[in-house]
Design a protein around this ligand. Structure first.
Ligand SMILES: [Zn+2]
Length: 216
């Protein structure tokens, strides 16, 4: 995808509602096909509310300090590392070690691209956005009352037995809203994934935008 086409698609997507990004995340969940329309609505609303509530709690408790400082005050370690997998990930959170891993090489490229080309609106630090996202997962990992922990769908029943599962996208939607709120972004941070695909020259960038545009 050439630069001008990318700039156009990105700036159009920057105007989409958070619900559209939530629907996009939900469509990519392995359980997407098992959800009713009512469950989808419940997840999108419940997860967004929970992400906003966690952001408010963290910002009140830590006097609106930057996410990296909040992580330090919460005893969450931040380390650099390579996160190679099926998806290009800027960061992840390991609850067993209370550790956030940042893909610093990828984040650096993103930073440089944003500084030189100003593709997304406003001023932001991609590392802080990534840490803010993972802070939600930290809170979620230790609090059963968070929406993404208690919302479950029934996958199968056999007589009195039933198997229920959480929906991973609920945590992702909430973490996205948490990061957007904590970092006061004027765009949905899911767009950092598009910027990453662009800086890494990933061939599936056009398909990524097509999926986002179709999400509802
Ligand atoms: Zn996440």
């Amino acid at each position: 995808m050439i630069c001008n086409d990318f700039r156009l698609r990105l700036s159009r997507a920057a105007g989409y509602s958070d619900d559209q990004f939530a629907a996009f995340l939900l469509n990519n969940d392995p359980l997407a096909g098992k959800l009713t329309a009512a469950q989808r609505r419940e997840i999108i609303t419940g997860a967004a509310d929970s992400g906003a509530a966690v952001a408010l709690m963290l910002s009140e408790r830590f006097a609106a300090k930057p996410p990296t400082e909040v992580a330090c005050l919460l005893g969450v370690k931040i380390v650099a590392g390579n996160l190679r997998g099926a998806r290009l990930l800027l960061s992840n959170y390991d609850p067993s070690a209370a550790t956030i891993t940042l893909n610093k090489a990828m984040i650096k490229k993103l930073e440089q691209c944003q500084l030189s080309q100003r593709l997304l609106p406003g001023i932001f630090d991609p590392a802080e956005v990534a840490v803010a996202h993972e802070l939600f997962h930290h809170v979620e990992s230790s609090d059963q009352s968070v929406f993404s922990r208690h919302f479950k769908v029934t996958l199968w029943r056999l007589g009195p037995l039933r198997y229920r599962s959480t929906v991973a996208a609920a945590g992702e939607i909430a973490a996205t809203v948490c990061a957007k709120t904590l970092c006061r972004l004027c765009f949905n941070p899911v767009l950092l994934e598009a910027l990453t695909l662009y800086t890494e020259g990933a061939p599936r960038l056009a398909e990524w935008f097509d999926q986002l545009n179709r999400a509802a």
